[in-house]
Design a protein around this ligand. Structure first.
Ligand code: SAM
Length: 269
């Protein structure tokens, strides 16, 4: 079957990489797996096991989705766009005996950024539903997700992800491992919900601060965040820093100040 470009189809065929992902996941009997975009089942072949409690997959391509159940008896395949999925229903924790889901996918690169943000939101809402997530991503994206303050890759996506999930960069995958080969390098990452995923501020407030701070990443915070009219005296963060060097804790403090100023001004109205 011809790979469909519009679905970002690059099929893995490198047994070393496939085995590497399976070893990194180390699935145990009785666990529940959720695979995003199983395609022709390259990865499924290495992960599927009758001793798993459930193996649920979502595949958008209606020619590929029906190929999987005959190969993997017991698999549940939904022919659906993952971006329209209702995770709260699909990845119900009580369905998984309260144990949560192991999520995996060699993700289509064109949807990985919005999909990750949806999954981060879901983890924030229901941390117990997810054990961990192993994803193949474009290398540049994996670097952004796992970046540390002070590095070039540090940005909004790094903060929005790391505030809720621990990110581990596992290994790189060269273009030759896929058919057809993509134009970019890829990497495997592991995302694990933090022990405490509660945020001290609304996600929206943090996002607002990050958008402004990283849009002017060369500017000092005092300048990049000028429109927020922050009272810097009340924030224990150096307003002379640039977004590149600001830690998650400091961004949270700034977002907290934004919220308390908004609360004050709305109570005065
Ligand atoms: N897992 C297979 C492998 O490793 O060979 C296929 C990986 S391929 C990079 C991405 C897969 O995601 C394709 O099978 C594609 O049809 C599917 N896909 C693309 N967009 C999707 C979407 N919005 N929802 C669900 N599946 C999607």
């Amino acid at each position: 079957m011809r790979p469909r470009k519009r679905f970002g189809q690059h099929f893995l065929h490198d047994s070393r990489i496939l085995q590497g992902i399976a070893s990194a996941m180390a699935l145990q009997p009785g666990q529940q797996v959720f695979e995003i975009g199983p395609g022709q089942g390259a990865l499924t072949e290495y992960l599927f096991d009758q001793r798993l409690d459930r193996y649920l997959a979502v595949e958008i391509d209606r020619d590929l989705a029906p190929l999987l159940p005959p190969k993997f008896p017991g698999i549940e395949v939904l022919e659906q766009d993952i971006l329209r999925a209702d995770f709260a229903t699909l990845l119900n924790a009580s369905d998984s005996g309260g144990c949560g889901w192991r999520v995996v996918g060699n993700l289509p690169y064109n949807i990985s950024s919005p999909l990750l943000m949806q999954l981060v939101d879901f983890v924030l809402d229901r941390p117990a539903n997810i054990v961990d997530m192993h994803f193949m991503l474009q290398k540049e994206m994996a670097e952004r997700l796992s970046a540390v303050p002070g590095s070039k890759a540090w940005g909004r996506l790094s903060v929005m992800t790391q505030v809720t999930l621990n990110v581990q960069y596992l290994f790189d995958v060269p273009p030759e491992s896929f058919r057809p080969p993509p134009k970019v390098d890829s990497s495997i990452i592991r995302l694990t919900p933090k022990q405490d995923t509660t945020l001290p501020v609304a996600r929206k407030s943090l996002d607002q601060v990050l958008r402004l701070a990283f849009a002017g990443r060369r500017k000092r915070l005092s300048n990049a965040l000028k429109t927020l009219n922050l009272d810097w005296q009340s924030v224990a963060v150096d307003s002379g820093l640039r977004a590149d060097d600001v830690t998650i804790e400091n961004f949270l403090m700034i977002a907290g100040q934004v919220e308390s100023q908004q609360d004050k001004s709305s109570s005065q109205q």
